[in-house]
Structure formats: C-alpha cells, structure tokens
Design a protein around this ligand. Structure first.
Ligand SMILES: Cc1cc2nc3c(=O)[nH]c(=O)nc-3n(C[C@H](O)[C@H](O)[C@H](O)COP(=O)(O)OP(=O)(O)OC[C@H]3O[C@@H](n4cnc5c(N)ncnc54)[C@H](O)[C@@H]3O)c2cc1C
Length: 455
C-alpha cells in the first residue's frame, strides 16, 4: 500500500477508471464527485425491472478498455447489431450494415435512396470508402488509436467538399450524426469520420453489457465506493510553486500528493487557472453537443420485428428511436418494451427548458407522426412510466485539430505542474472508451511518478 494520496476530481467514467486503477496499484485514492452519485454521463437507472441508460448507450467494436473493465467486473458482454430504418424522401429504407455481396445486392434500392447510385454519388462514395478502408487503423476509438495524427485543421464540411460529395450522400453520411450530435460539418473531419467508420467498417456489430452501459457504470462506481465522496463539488485545484498541492471544497482544503482532474474539458480552466497558456488555449477548442432524451417503459415492443431503431436524417424535430428491448433484451422484462427517444441538434436546446411532461409530449408526438410502418408507439399516458434526461453537455465534438491539441497537453504539464493530470473523454477519443482510457493513463502516470519519488 502507498501512503501517498491521489485526489481525483469528478466521478464519471474517467474519474472512476482512474480510482479503480490506483486501487489496483495499492493506492487509496480520494474521488470527489459534485453530484449525489458518481457516474457522470454514463449513469443508468433501474425502474420496475427495466434497465435505463441516462446518457451513453452504445459501445463500438474498438472499445478495448471498456471490454476489459467489463470483464474484470464480471459483466457479461453480449453481441448485438444495429439495424436501423432510415426515413428518406418521405419513405422508409431499412439497412443492415452486413457487407456480404448478397446483402449489397439486396440493398440496392436503399443505396439508390441514400444517393450512392447516381454517377456523382458513386464517384464520391467510392473515393470516401476507399480512403476509409485505407485509414481504418486510424479511424478507431481504441485506447491506442492514432486518430489525433490525422486530425488536421480540416472541418468535416470541407472534407465532404473536397471529395465533391453530392447533397443526398452528404445527408446519408452526416444526417444521423446531426440527429445525435448537432451539425457535424463545422467539427473536425477526423472525429466525424471515425464515428462513421466505427459503424460502417465493423458491420454494425457491437458487444455490450447485457443490461446496458448504466449497469457497467454502476458496477465500476460500486467497486470505487470506498474511495468516493459524493455531493462534494471541488471549487479549486491548488497549484503552488509548480505543483498541485490539494483541492478546495466547501469548508476545507484537502491536501494531495497528486491530483487527477476528471471533469468535462469546458470546466477545467475554471478549476485550475494556473495552467500554462498553451494548455488553456488548447482547452478552448473543446466543446460539447446538447442532448435530450425520453425513455418510456411499455407493455409491448414499440418497433416492428427486426428493427432496432429508426433514423430521420433529413428532419429537425423527430428524435432517434431506439428499441432497447430489441437491441438488448435483458434491459426489459420479457414481452415488455423500452423505447428511447434521443435528440441532439438545436431542437434539444429548445426542449431542455420545458418541463418533463411537455418534453415527453413533444418527442413522442414527433415520433408518432413519422412512426415506421408496423410500429406500436404509445399514445399519451399509455406508457408504464417515463423518464426525461437533459444534457447541456452531451458528446464531445470539438473543433478541427482538437484531438491533436489535447495530445500535446501531457507534455505541456510535464516539468511545469508534473503531479497534475487531466482525464476525461476529451483527453482520449471522445467516448466512453476515451474517458476510461484517459483515466487509466492519468492514474498510471500519477502512480509511476509517486512511486519514483518514494524510491
Ligand atoms: C445523451 C448522451 C448519449 C451518449 N452516447 C454515447 C454512446 O452511445 N457511446 C459513447 O461512447 N459515449 C456516449 N456519450 C458520451 C459519454 O457518455 C461520455 O463521453 C463519457 O461518459 C464522459 O465521461 P467523463 O468521465 O469524461 O465525463 P463525465 O461523465 O461528464 O464525468 C464528469 C464528472 O465530474 C463531475 N464534476 C464536474 N465538476 C465537478 C467539480 N467541480 N467537482 C467535483 N465533481 C465535478 C460531474 O458531476 C461528473 O460526474 C453520450 C453522452 C450523452 C450525454
């Protein structure tokens, strides 16, 4: 056991994985979380036998740290596949990302609707896909992803322009991102292409904890509960003479031998104004989307058999529909349904100030107006229960070059404030896996530093 104290600020996936790593290394960290419970944007909730995800809801095939931690925590991973209907030009096309020749032939009508069969669509689609395959090792969310290396100053919009992607294909490649994230075109091409690559190149197959990401988040929080103090917002990280010496919470200053700051990137500068100027400038490139989500428990499945979800890429008001009872059956009691309605875009900003009931009525009404054929969306009040989750800061988007700027931060801190470490989704490839990996990395570096000082 080490007597050195590492204080971790923020108990989302990044802070929790940092605490878990330090405990495995024989440290007794102290994790301070502002909220009433740890978990951050990965939290879940149990309601009447249903398992709800409040924020993050899907892994991709390269979530190596997440897979390993699920295994260490004894959570079985189950395969699932994302099969979505797309509402385009007033009608439905269903797609499965299976890349077999037969599937490609079978999906020719869908390819036409998606814009890939026009001469300009074919040309652009071929070039974009060829480059995707060539850069497959870069377009990954894994802990050792080299994505930052191709994160130049180019926006996703400029990238589409460079490949002369026609409007209908632009909608196919950008519309689903826009539904969840907000406008992808001003964001960096590398991150947006990684989002697309992760689903296209993996054939849409994912491995997930059978009761969703919230169950994993809870298991990790429970494993760290002895080290966690909740309802304890940190007001300031104290830096003196080139070292982090402690943190200020209401009523006391807690001393530390090292500090890991694991709050969202937009909050770091407020906690540590003494950061080097270039680090503060780099942090200025971090931004988040806004998200609003309604989850409804139903006494029947909501979507037609074989559908996991429905996408409305051309539409500004209709949320993404996800039937979690089809996607992850263990999340709902047998025969029941768990419908997720999720919207990003500017629409989320308009909805967030409304009360829960109004948000539910708006999103359910929009979904009902364009329900997939054969679906059974509930009327008002016909659900068993509902929950509304508002996220002012949802998914990390950033500006072009953000990933590259973040990769420089550890070097900027080393030698200046070398017992201070930043962790969070924005410090990895922004995602659950990026948050977990960044927490592990920060904890490993803190433990190595303190061990070297003890020698
Ligand atoms: C609606 C939604 C859908 C998403 N979908 C996906 C998905 O499908 N897949 C995916 O990979 N990712 C998804 N994400 C993103 C993913 O949830 C995040 O990238 C990840 O959970 C971020 O973890 P984090 O630890 O970096 O930050 P957070 O989870 O934000 O944790 C930061 C913690 O710090 C605490 N904190 C803040 N300030 C202080 C302070 N001063 N003192 C003490 N504590 C403080 C906060 O309360 C919070 O608990 C989604 C997010 C949302 C909101």
């Amino acid at each position: 056991m080490s007597s050195k104290r590492v204080v971790i600020v923020g108990g989302g996936f990044a802070g929790l994985s940092a605490a878990f790593t330090l405990m495995k290394r024989g440290f007794t960290p102290l994790l301070l979380e502002a909220g009433e419970r740890a978990g951050g944007r990965g939290k879940g909730e149990q309601v009447d036998g249903f398992s709800l995800d409040m924020g993050a809801f899907v892994f991709t095939s390269t979530y190596d740290t997440a897979f390993r931690l699920c295994e260490e925590l004894g959570l079985p991973l189950v395969p699932s596949q994302m099969k979505f209907g797309h509402y385009r030009g007033g009608r439905w096309v269903t797609t499965t990302p299976d890349q077999s020749l037969w599937n490609v032939v079978r999906q020719l009508p869908a390819a036409r609707t998606m814009g890939f069969l026009s001469p300009s669509g074919m040309r652009a689609g071929f070039k974009v896909m060829r480059q995707m395959y060539r850069e497959e090792p870069y377009l990954s969310f894994a802990s050792d992803s080299p994505l930052a290396e191709i994160d130049d100053g180019e926006t996703y919009g400029e990238y589409l322009e460079r490949f002369r992607v026609p409007e209908s294909v632009r909608m196919t490649l950008g519309g689903p991102l826009k539904m969840i994230l907000g406008d992808p075109e001003p964001a960096g091409q590398a991150l947006m292409r990684a989002y697309i690559g992760e689903t296209m190149l993996s054939g849409g197959r994912v491995f997930m904890p059978e009761r969703g990401i919230g169950s994993f988040n809870r298991a990790l929080a429970e494993a760290c509960s002895d080290a966690t103090r909740v309802s304890t917002p940190v007001r300031r990280i104290v830096v003196a003479d080139g070292a982090a010496t402690g943190v200020v919470v209401d009523g006391e200053t807690i001393e530390a031998d090292a500090v890991i700051c694991a709050v969202p990137g937009t909050k770091v500068a407020g906690l540590i104004p003494e950061l080097p100027d270039e680090t503060l400038a780099a942090l200025g490139t971090v931004s988040y989307s806004t998200g609003c989500r309604v989850v409804l428990g139903l006494d029947h499945p909501a979507l037609p058999p074989g559908w996991h979800g429905a996408l409305y890429p051309e539409d500004d008001d209709t949320p993404l529909l996800l039937d979690r009872s089809a996607f992850l059956p263990a999340c709902a009691p047998a025969g029941k349904g768990l419908l997720d309605l999720l919207i990003g875009r500017d629409r989320a900003k308009e909805l967030i100030p409304l009360d829960d009931d109004a948000i539910k009525r708006e999103l359910l009404g929009a979904a009902r107006r364009k329900a997939p054929p054969g679906s059974a969306l509930p009327g008002d009040g016909e659900e068993l229960f509902y929950r509304v989750y508002r996220w002012e800061e949802a998914l990390c988007m950033g500006t072009p070059g953000m990933l590259a700027a973040m990769a420089n931060i550890p070097g900027q801190l080393a030698g200046r404030i070398d017992n201070l470490f930043l962790a969070g989704d924005y410090m990895g490839i922004p995602s659950v896996n990026g948050a977990l990996s960044s927490g592990e990395k920060a904890a490993t570096e803190a433990a190595d530093l303190l061990a070297s000082r003890a020698d």
